[in-house]
Design a protein around this ligand. Structure first.
Ligand code: SF4
Length: 495
């Protein structure tokens, strides 16, 4: 079983350990810089990238605005095509539905396509508790599972591992899960891939139940879409007799025409490919081909709460390309585990606190896990303004205190901590709304500048220990402006 994120400390504490780990930083720097450069090249090839980005944004916004209607359409289309639709309000319900469905088949094991939604709900652990073994079949997910590790990247969950570490994991752990690694396995990519292929092949051929997520659901026909690079997904989606797909309710696109936009932007943004090597699509069940039974579990798990927030809802546009992770200077140094969630990096910093609420230390700290440089927004293929949402969530943490979910209701609890910050903000509001007092304060500060300390007292010391306090000028800017330019008065009107 993979490790879990339960009980993670706040981001600054978790990140400190990662920042000190030279191997991890080296692995991350190499991987993110490589993917980032390739992505930039792949995007530059497309002359209408800006229009595609805007189209993706608008399709997602439109769908989210009419999500109630499109969800019903998906249910009708999937049912008409021979599938069975289930609704899950939260992780517990989704896990229970999946476990019951697998038990009905009498099978003790399942094969899995890489899926963020099933990681989000901790499905592998829930199945394990019911005596069902789930085998991850994506290469990176396999490395994470064999290493009893946690994923640290959306697209490349084992990005924190180098080839030598992967060879050691395969050599020591594969035999516990099935076919052992070949004798004398080296760390060359071809040998590692071959060992994984042999190990997984017996599982594909034996499996009677497959579990997947979906990158997209096309409402007009009830078609599920999975894009991938290795072909393991195609095996899991076609060989087993029963297929169970757990899909977040935000994954809908209304029509095939809409899908076309994302099939152009997703591969270039994620793997820097012009198109995905494998694009698998299925609509219910088909006689004499593929699974005999298809179950779709539509997962909420905090998404309708997120949808209720006018600023925060844009996070639901995300198509999980991971471009924002690969350009983020904070992610590059802190690594994925510090975010305490299967969604690391900039998107994790805005998605996890909305899906889970900000009651825990880690979730309340995530909106601060950013320098607000804006690189994530620049590369996002659906134009999610991540810095805007981060600031919005910071406001929520400081002003409203932790937000927890109580059933379907968002409840504001009284804030603990941040008292000094709130007091400082109140003082600033008082001063900035009284121009006369502000001017007197600025003049006083200029006249007494020689006596100002070079470091801040109390908790402010942590800030000034690593920075120089900006010197107060000999003359306030407004006085200088009036003296030299005959400028504006305090009301902003020209004299
Ligand atoms: S927020 Fe944008 S850039 Fe980041 S993973 Fe989602 S779609 Fe990709």
């Amino acid at each position: 079983m993979s490790g879990t994120f339960v009980g993670m400390p706040a981001f600054p504490e978790a990140a400190r350990e990662a920042v000190d780990n030279q191997t991890l930083r080296g692995n991350l720097r190499h991987a993110t810089h490589t993917i980032r450069a390739k992505r930039a090249k792949a995007v530059a090839e497309v002359s209408d990238w800006a229009q595609l980005r805007e189209a993706g944004k608008q399709i997602k916004d439109h769908t989210l605005r009419h999500l109630d209607r499109y969800l019903v359409q998906v249910e009708e289309s999937v049912t008409a095509a021979g599938g069975i639709v289930h609704w899950a309000a939260d992780a517990e319900e989704a896990n229970r539905i999946v476990a019951d469905l697998v038990k009905e088949t009498g099978e003790p094991e399942v094969v899995k396509v890489k899926s963020m939604a099933t990681q989000e709900i901790g499905l592998n652990e829930a199945l394990e508790a019911e005596g069902i073994r789930a085998y991850e079949t994506d290469l990176a997910e396999l490395i994470v599972q064999l290493g009893k590790d946690r994923p640290s990247h959306i697209l490349v969950p084992a990005i924190h591992r180098n080839r030598g570490e992967i060879r050691d994991i395969f050599t020591h752990e594969m035999s516990e899960w099935g076919r052992p690694a070949p004798e004398g396995l080296t760390d060359t990519p071809a040998e590692l891939a071959d060992a994984a292929r042999l190990h997984l092949r017996e599982k594909f051929l034996r499996a009677k139940v497959g579990i997947s997520g979906a990158n997209f659901m096309v409402a007009e026909t009830g078609t599920m879409v999975v894009v991938e690079s290795e072909g393991n997904g195609r095996m899991c989606l076609t060989l087993p007799e029963t297929l169970i797909s757990v899909v977040g309710i935000e994954k809908i696109v209304p029509t095939w025409r809409d899908l076309e936009v994302f099939l152009q932007t997703l591969p270039r943004s994620s793997t820097a490919e012009r198109m995905n090597p494998y694009t698998s699509m299925w609509t219910g069940t088909t006689d004499a081909d593929g699974p005999r039974t298809f179950h779709l579990i539509l997962l909420d798990n905090g998404r309708t709460d997120t949808l209720a927030d006018e600023v925060g809802r844009q996070a639901l546009r995300c198509i999980r390309c991971s471009a924002c992770l690969n350009v983020c200077p904070v992610y590059e140094r802190a690594g994925g585990h510090a975010y305490g969630s299967v969604y690391p990096g900039p998107i994790g910093a805005i998605l996890s606190p909305q899906l889970r609420g900000t009651a825990s230390a880690i979730d309340a700290s995530l909106p601060y896990a950013s320098s607000l440089c804006g690189a994530c927004y620049e590369v996002c293929p659906v134009a999610i303004d991540i810095p805007e949402v981060l600031v919005h969530l910071r406001e929520r943490v400081v002003e409203g205190g932790p937000v927890t979910r109580d059933g379907n209701k968002v409840v504001l609890k009284p804030a603990k901590g941040h008292a000094a910050e709130r007091a400082a903000m109140r003082a600033a509001r008082w001063a900035f709304s009284r121009p006369g007092a502000l001017r007197t304060g600025q003049r006083l500060a200029s006249r007494t500048r020689r006596f100002h300390p070079r470091t801040l007292p109390g908790p402010g010391g942590a800030w000034s220990d690593t920075r120089d306090l900006p010197p107060v000028p000999a003359e306030p800017f407004r006085d200088w402006w009036q003296r030299t330019r005959g400028g504006n008065d305090d009301k902003g009107t020209a004299k």
